[in-house]
Design a protein around this ligand. Structure first.
Ligand SMILES: N[C@@H](CCC(=O)N[C@@H](CS)C(=O)NCC(=O)O)C(=O)O
Length: 256
């Protein structure tokens, strides 16, 4: 198995942590999504037309979304994860749906722009460059609809970053994190019971990101979830999954 992913990427962290927790062996292939923009390269588009990380190749199967990789990990783990117990299927699916509705990219970038005001100009102008490049490619691209979708996505990102009040939009998006945490039951000792589940994997990734952007204070109303997360960070898988509890700009510049 090969996992194409990026060190700083939130959805890649879900994939890394899920596969490690499932005991799956995989080649960890890191991409430079910031400078070289390898997610936009021709060879990668063949694997993942949406041009996002992560992508997992498992034999002849290709999983090009972190949720699919999470569910692949769950079937690999079989009875070792609580997900294998069908009585948990409905609540797990509902929590996964809620988690995947959180706009983490907006939260992360809005926080960065609020903290470092010049980024309000840097991010939109970088995105405009990508849109221009994709528009040039559109004429000759074999998969025109994928390129059109990517242009639309980047235009939506530019609109979010440039229109309206950033602080209000940030607060609104951050509320969805609180709404997710509120639904979690009291850990005993894992989030949904004795065994680990996919909900532990995604919640650990969410709290990792919330910590990285300096918003971990919102956990103060959830001391049991805080205690669960402190314990979770001690797991070898958490350390091996390269979870970014703090922003590491040098690693981005050094492309590792
Ligand atoms: N729904 C996708 C989202 C993946 C995604 O947005 N990945 C980001 C990094 S966290 C990415 O590849 N960004 C680069 C880009 O959009 O060009 C998933 O869950 O895998």
């Amino acid at each position: 198995m090969q996992l194409y992913n990026a060190s700083s990427s939130y959805y890649s962290m879900i994939a890394r942590l899920a596969l490690l927790e499932a005991g799956a062996n995989f080649d960890d292939r890191r991409l430079d999504i910031h400078f070289k923009k390898e997610q936009l390269s021709g060879w990668y588009r063949q694997l993942n037309p949406k041009m996002t990380v992560p992508t997992l190749i498992a034999g002849s199967d290709i999983y090009s979304d972190s949720r699919d990789i999470l569910n692949f990990a769950q079937s690999h783990a079989a009875y070792q994860w609580l997900d294998s117990d069908s009585s948990h299927e409905t609540p797990i699916r509902a929590l996964q749906d809620h988690f995947y509705a959180i706009q983490i990219e907006k939260i992360t970038f809005a926080k960065a722009m609020l903290s470092i005001p010049p980024l309000r100009y840097v991010f939109p102008s970088l995105l405009k460059k990508i849109v221009k490049q994709l528009e040039i490619e559109l004429a000759t691209a074999p998969n025109k609809s994928a390129v059109t979708e990517k242009i639309k996505l980047n235009e939506a990102r530019i609109a979010f970053f440039t229109q309206g009040t950033l602080r209000d939009k940030f607060d609104h998006e951050l509320q969805s994190v609180t709404d997710f945490l509120v639904q979690l039951p009291k850990p005993e000792p894992m989030l949904l019971g004795k065994k680990l589940s996919s909900i532990d994997v995604i919640t650990a990734t969410l709290l990792t990101r919330i910590k990285m952007i300096g918003e971990y204070g919102l956990i103060k109303n959830y001391p049991e979830i805080d205690a669960w997360f402190q314990n979770f960070q001690q797991r070898p898988t958490f350390k091996n999954a390269d979870m970014w509890l703090r922003f590491q700009p040098m690693r981005i510049f050094l492309k590792n």
